[in-house]
Design a protein around this ligand. Structure first.
Ligand SMILES: [Zn+2]
Length: 483
């Protein structure tokens, strides 16, 4: 979280997410979760110090005191998660506690074994590493701050089995590395994986460089064609492909921006160099256009309304911020591109950045959060009448719920209008074998209660065909009525 004020003294809570990091497992290169929190606490505090030092450079200012205390790991990951949708005014009383990255997408580094590679062991180690033990009774809970992805080698004979395993482990996406694992991007094997991922609503981040973006565009289009031929148009928006190191495909390469205009393709920003910041963002703003969705030949088989419905229901884009909805911050920690993390955040908050606050929030977290499949499930047994609400936020609420249940995770509720932000979250717990989902919302609006906790919001749709949490949010709002 990075809390700042603009020139009109409006507080902005910028939620921060890193979409490309490597978790240390099996002696492979990477950081353990507590090292990530320590490092990102420093990154965000460095940015704040620079904003305080050179206020003329920035569009935002930081008028509060920042104590030299680093973020407490357990407190931050397991108790303070509600800060991602809490009013900045209150957080500004102790900004040092929350000044850190809020979410970290992490997966294992490359295996060093001969090709083809079997990532199943590394993936389950990723899963284990992201489970925290409660200090009270040692019971296991998922870490709210980390979003684990799995890896696989499409050339391995068990690659589809590995993919199913990634889903079963509760990992939320997939990383593929065509160069390291030496597989063809536009190839039947890769297409199988893409289709499997769409079936499971899982995003895939590819390592890309040197124009691989165009090969990805081809394979994505062929997969869309196959979905249309098989009369599975509902699967189209569930195909979510991220170009890892997108700028490595060439900041001046027109084809990169065309690929990023594709409604199924997104770009992660590691390897973007300071001398290209202005070029890259102004080209993206100019050339990553909503209207270009209709240039995709395969989609032209469908009518325009269907295409809009598919993507807008799924992602809740607004036209103005379309370009930034396609970009996401990434660092490739612990590898060298991660040195660029601090300067890139500084640039985005400076007067030189071409976007507005919603663009900043898209790139710094929401673009990636939109793609993560939700965890929450409906519990039809519990009705609206049994819902409880409390007028005050109770920071220990999560701890209380942890006492007799296990945390599965949180699904942030994302808003795109009037500005891009996280407006609440659904927390899911496992109790006696059942998943219970609790909605926490309304923290921003002064007219509404500071906090609303509603156990098992009714009719929270969870089906294999639910394309996004935008639908989920709408249903929650409907079930809440005039809250
Ligand atoms: Zn990497």
């Amino acid at each position: 979280m990075l809390i700042l004020k603009d020139e009109y003294d409006v507080i902005h809570n910028f939620v921060l997410l890193d979409a490309h990091t490597h978790l240390r497992v099996n002696k492979l290169e990477g950081l353990v979760p507590s090292e990530f929190v320590r490092r990102y606490s420093k990154v965000v505090k460095d940015v704040v110090r620079d904003i305080k030092k050179s206020p003329k450079e920035y569009r935002y200012h930081f008028p509060w005191k920042l104590k030299n205390i680093s973020t407490d790991y357990y407190q931050f990951c397991q108790r303070d998660i509600y800060t991602v949708f809490h009013p900045g005014e209150e957080l500004s009383k102790a900004p040092e506690k929350y000044s850190c990255f809020d979410f970290i997408i992490s997966f294992s580094a490359n295996l060093t074994s001969p090709l083809p590679r079997d990532y199943r062991n590394a993936n389950s180690r990723v899963r284990e590493t992201l489970i925290e033990k409660s200090p009270d009774d040692n019971s296991p809970h998922n870490n709210f701050r980390f979003i684990g992805f799995g890896r696989l080698d499409p050339n391995h004979s068990d690659s589809l089995d590995t993919f199913d395993n990634v889903c079963q482990l509760g990992l939320r996406g997939l990383k593929l590395h065509p160069k390291e694992e030496q597989f063809e991007i536009n190839d039947a094997k890769t297409k199988y994986i893409l289709k499997r991922a769409a079936n499971n609503n899982m995003p895939i981040i590819f390592h890309t460089q040197d124009g691989m973006a165009s090969n990805i565009e081809e394979v994505v289009n062929e997969t869309i064609s196959d979905f249309i031929d098989a009369d599975k148009t509902d699967l189209i928006p569930r195909l979510k492909v991220i170009l890892g190191h997108a700028p490595w495909n060439g900041v001046g390469n027109k084809k990169l921006y065309r690929a990023l205009s594709h409604p199924n393709i997104f770009g992660e920003l590691s390897t973007l160099k300071p001398d290209s910041y202005e070029d890259f963002f102004s080209s993206a703003k100019k050339d990553v256009k909503y209207e270009r969705i209709f240039d995709v030949k395969q989609l032209s088989e469908l009518d325009k309304k269907t295409v809009e419905r598919l993507y807008f229901n799924a992602f809740g884009y607004n036209k103005l911020n379309y370009w930034s909805s396609k970009l996401m911050f990434g660092s490739d920690t612990p590898y060298p591109p991660s040195h660029g993390a601090t300067p890139l955040i500084k640039h985005m908050l400076s007067k030189r950045f071409v976007g507005n606050a919603s663009d900043i929030q898209n790139i710094l977290a929401v673009s990636a959060l939109r793609l993560i499949p939700p965890i929450a499930r409906a519990n039809p047994q519990i009705t609206r009448e049994k819902a409880t609400t409390s007028g005050q936020y109770h920071p220990m609420q999560l701890e209380i719920q942890k006492k007799d249940s296990k945390i599965l995770g949180m699904d942030p509720i994302l808003e795109v209008f009037p500005k891009v932000r996280i407006s609440g979250a659904v927390f899911s717990f496992l109790k006696n074998g059942d998943v219970g989902s609790y909605l926490y919302k309304s923290l921003f609006s002064p007219k509404k209660p500071l906090n609303t906790v509603i156990p098992n919001p009714i009719n929270l749709p969870y089906s294999s065909m639910t394309t996004s949490r935008v639908n989920m949010t709408r249903n929650i709002e409907m079930s809440l009525g005039e809250e």
